[in-house]
Structure formats: C-alpha cells, structure tokens
Design a protein around this ligand. Sequence first.
Ligand code: ADP
Length: 400
Amino acid sequence: MSKNAVLVINCGSSSLKFSLIEPISGEVMVAGVAERLLSKHAFVKVAFKGSKETTPLIVPFDHQVAVNFIVEFLHENNLVECLSAVGHRLVHGGEEYSTPTLIDDVVKYSIEKLSKLAPLHNPVNLIGVNAAEHAFPDLPQVAVFDTAFHQSMPAKAYIYGLPYSLYEAHGIRRYGFHGTSHYFVSKQAADLLGKPFTKTSVITAHLGNGCSITAIDNGKSVDTSMGLTPLEGVIMGTRSGDLDPGIIFHLIEQLNYTPEQVSSLLNKESGLLGISQMSNDCRTIEEAIINDQDERANLTMDIFCYRIAKSIASYMASLSHFDGLVFTGGIGENSDLVRSRIVNSLHLLNIHLDDNKNTDIRFGKSGLISTESSQHCWVIPTNEEQVIAEQTYQLIVGDK
Ligand code: ADP
C-alpha cells in the first residue's frame, strides 16, 4: 500500500471538505464533507470504495469533531499508515506566500495576521489547521494558498487607483483568488495543446458560486478579476462584483444602510440571487428561462454572461499571444447555455462554439467545444484537491 497519500483539507465556516489522495497517480482513495458544522444537524458524508455513507456528528458539532471523525475513519480502514502529510487550502497568503509552505508557529502567526485581509476565510482555515495538527501531531502540515498563483501579476495589474501609501502601509492591492484552480486548468490546457506551460497563454473563467477570470501569459498569472477580496470582478451567485463605489455612499448616506448591511447586501444578497430575486443557483435560473420563459431570469443570465464576456475581452490587453479560453467551475463545466451566451459576445475575438460539442461536454467531461476555424475554447473540470495533494507531497519530498 502507498505511503505517500496526502489528506487534503478545505475548511470553511460551516463545512470541512476532505480527501485522501495518492499524489503520484492522482487516485482519490477517500472523499468526504462535513456539513452544517456548529449546528446540531452537523453530519459527515464519506465516499469510499464505491459506497457513500452519511453519519451524524456528535456534540459539540465542531471542526475538531469532524477531524476526529476522519481520523477514526482512517484508523478503522487501516489508512493511517498511508499518510505522508496533510495539505490545507488557505485562502489568503498576502504578499508573503507565493509557494506552498510548511506550517509552523511562525507561519500560523502570519496567516492569523493576514486575517485582516480575509476575515471570513483565514480564521476558519486556521481552525482546520489546528484540528489536523491536534489529530496528526507527527505529520507535516502544508499550506497551499489561493492567492499564490496570482503573485506573479505585475504592479500595473495589482495597484488600485488609490493613494500609493494605502498599498505601502496597509497592503491594499489586488491579490486575486481561485489561484489553484486557474493554475490547474491552464496547465491542463497547455497539455492539451502539447505546448510547454511556460509558452502557453490562455484566459481561464472559473465560474462557480464564486466566479473569477484570469489572464495567464506564458504560464504566469498576469491579471485576475477578484481583488483585495473575492467581492470584486464579475457577477457571482450572491456577490455583486464590480460596481460604482459611489453606490456604497449613496446606500449609507441617502438610504441609511449600516456598513454591516452594505456588506451583507453586496456579499450575500446580490449577483444572480439579487437580480433574479429567485435563486443564486444557475440551474434554477436556467430552468426558469427554458420552462417558463421568465423574463427576469433571462435578463439575469444576460447580465451575468455579458459581464463575463467583457472581462474576458479586456484581458486581451494583458497577453502577448492568445492560445484559447478555458471554462471551469460548476457553471463553466456544466452550463452549455452560459457558455454559449458568453462566447456569442466574443465573435470579434474569433471564438466560435461547435453547438454539438458544447452540449455534449458537460458533467465532468473535458475537451474542445470550439469550431475548427475558431480560437480554442475548452471545458476543463477543475481539481484543486489534486494540486494541493501534489504540491504538498512535492514540498515534503523536497524537504527530506
Ligand atoms: P463553489 O464555488 O461553491 O465550489 P461550484 O463550482 O460547485 O461552486 O459551482 C456551483 C454552481 O454551479 C451553482 O450555481 C450551480 O447551479 C452550478 N451548476 C452545477 N451543475 C450545473 C448544471 N448542470 N447546469 C448549470 N449550472 C450548474
């Protein structure tokens, strides 16, 4: 039995996703998610050897209980001896971390300090790190940062039109997120092209609940749509994306919103949900368009797709050459409707979809969806866990 397996942990505020991955073959040995943590309805779902099981968690229903469940599960199935390390998804690595990093007390301290930039993410990511350290004191713990891939951006892409002192004194700049996903799918595109990654230039559209677009020039991220926080950029499930900052003052000064209400409005009540007043879920909006010819749903989808197309087109200014466009994430991988509406606005860039391929390549399939004479356009399912497992393993093997 392999002794290289990496336990990958992605810890959110009320969920903890985990998988046990053999990093060389990419085999997923176990995959699971603990959901509704910190509520008495907390449970954990595990897929192992072709079967799926759901188990309720016990008091105090927290992240440590979820990790303890994983440890027990690994023991019961004699999988603990396979483990070589734990790899953690960390959201914000600021300017300090552009590569995977072995976690020690100093690293934990600086991740905690970076919580100022990612208050919704870094503290809960650290809960996962602490729980795993407690459960596996002898295993190396590695942090793989969502911001890391974007650290190659040039200053012209990451400095805002604000007084420079805000960047120097407070780190206010574009950082970008979903870096692990943009890295994975752009590298896969290079493989599909048969080109070295360092000579491949693509635009990647990660469209899930959160959405971001990245320009990758010769294998390096050179611009991305998310900014200091994951709120900037294109419209998302519940986030507004870009808007006139004057709207915030209007909400506060004329409509008496508190800062907390503005934050909730922009992060949780806007985007697909806010415009449609129906759902943040792309599938529900598509069904309303197709089954009910619902006009608001149609407008929501038009706005969503148009803004994404504009963002993609703008990144032509960032690239030295263009090898193609990649769709990924739950929406990018599955919605032929979204893909066709986006690409229909990109005909001047000579991107044209083959309708049959576009309808066919969904639900985990990967491949070209463009016509023969078009610039390339691919669907490539993302696999952040695989990258975290690989990078974690490479780091600890390199350390030996
Ligand atoms: P997260 O950002 O939480 O990882 P995902 O990448 O799983 O999110 O994407 C979730 C989104 O994918 C939801 O808006 C969901 O509606 C959409 N989605 C999933 N399957 C389909 C489908 N078959 N057709 C259209 N949209 C889909």
